[in-house]
Design a protein. Structure first.
Length: 325
């Protein structure tokens, strides 16, 4: 089958190549499983869900809700949201025309399925490819790679989607919204594939727009404890967040592990100076604990010891959310 006809149905909501920074053999890493065990497994088989980004049919109420949320964005973003939405709706219209024609054509069916499965997945792949050389430089300790606006924009858009594309972010958002409006929660859940991408765009744009107001820091970890990462790798570690409460935070210090030795943090609080800052083991442990608590099911590490140290914290944030829902 030609490549353009192949439907990508295994959708990783955390980039597998990113996780390789925690692998010693360029394939496997230590992780905590859904049952709380520790496994040494391939990055290709984790943080993946079949058809997670597949397009679903949007009715008018879904479209109206998307446009309502989009209207709160800057005009530049509204135009981009609309362009993406129209591209996706074009596939939906073509599928309807084909289905109503009563034609039998396996090739056409395959083209439509491939479009529905691949369009959003390919957009995420584009962001990953743009960020790949930047991540490699940051993993070498070179924060200077972000001195140019083009690289900073690519990396901030990538970070925005690292927040919004995950299963954990979906659960948090929809649980919070459904608590106050169950109908809206169902509308968003059905069309989450679009909302997640739209929210990722908005977060990335905001990070880039505010880059001169906030401190951007590459954290250097030369301690005996490695940075870990998780199935929700980009998290808010601002002090305004309380472990036993569930509410929309007023501020954000965005933390993103790059490798066992480096992490990137954007701080509204200005907790760290801009540039490269070496941190102590106490700070590394504190940040690792927050990563574990904000994980959905999995944390990942270069060494088994780190997974064992934090595995009992995994899912704490989701448990608090469900308790308050």
């Amino acid at each position: 089958m030609r490549k353009e006809l192949q439907a990508k149905r295994k959708h990783h909501h955390v980039w597998a190549n990113y996780l390789l920074k925690w692998s010693t053999n360029n394939r496997d890493l230590f992780c905590v499983t859904r049952k709380g065990n520790i496994d040494f497994t391939s990055v290709r088989g984790v943080v993946m869900e079949k058809d997670f980004y597949q397009l679903t049919e949007l009715d008018q109420e879904h479209i109206d809700t998307i446009l309502m949320f989009s209207s709160r964005s800057p005009m530049t973003l509204q135009e981009q949201h609309n362009d993406y939405l129209n591209s996706f709706l074009k596939i939906q219209r073509l599928e309807k025309v084909f289905n109503n024609s009563n034609m039998q054509c396996e090739k056409t069916n395959q083209i439509i399925l491939a479009a529905k499965c691949n369009l959003l997945e390919n957009l995420h792949t584009k962001h990953e490819n743009d960020a790949a050389p930047i991540l490699d430089e940051l993993a070498r300790g070179n924060i200077g790679v972000l001195s140019k606006d083009r690289e900073m924009l690519s990396f901030m858009m990538f970070l925005g989607h690292q927040i919004a594309r995950t299963k954990n972010f979906k659960v948090c958002c929809i649980t919070g919204i459904s608590k106050n409006d169950s109908k809206l929660g169902k509308i968003m859940e059905h069309s989450w594939w679009f909302f997640s991408y739209m929210f990722g765009m908005n977060i990335g744009y905001s990070l880039y727009s505010e880059r001169r107001k906030e401190n951007h820091t590459l954290l250097l970890n030369n301690t005996n404890t490695d940075f870990i990462t998780s199935d929700q790798p980009a998290i808010n570690v601002h002090s305004c967040i309380k472990d036993d409460e569930f509410y929309a935070p007023e501020s954000m210090d965005l933390f993103y592990p790059i490798s066992p030795k480096y992490a990137y943090i954007v701080t509204e609080s200005h907790r760290y100076e801009s540039g490269t800052v070496e941190i102590d083991e106490k700070s590394v442990i504190e940040l690792n604990e927050k990563v574990a608590k904000n994980a959905n099911e999995h944390i990942f590490s270069l060494r088994k010891q780190e997974v064992d140290n934090y595995k009992l914290l995994v899912g704490d944030t989701l448990r608090v959310i469900k308790k308050h829902s």
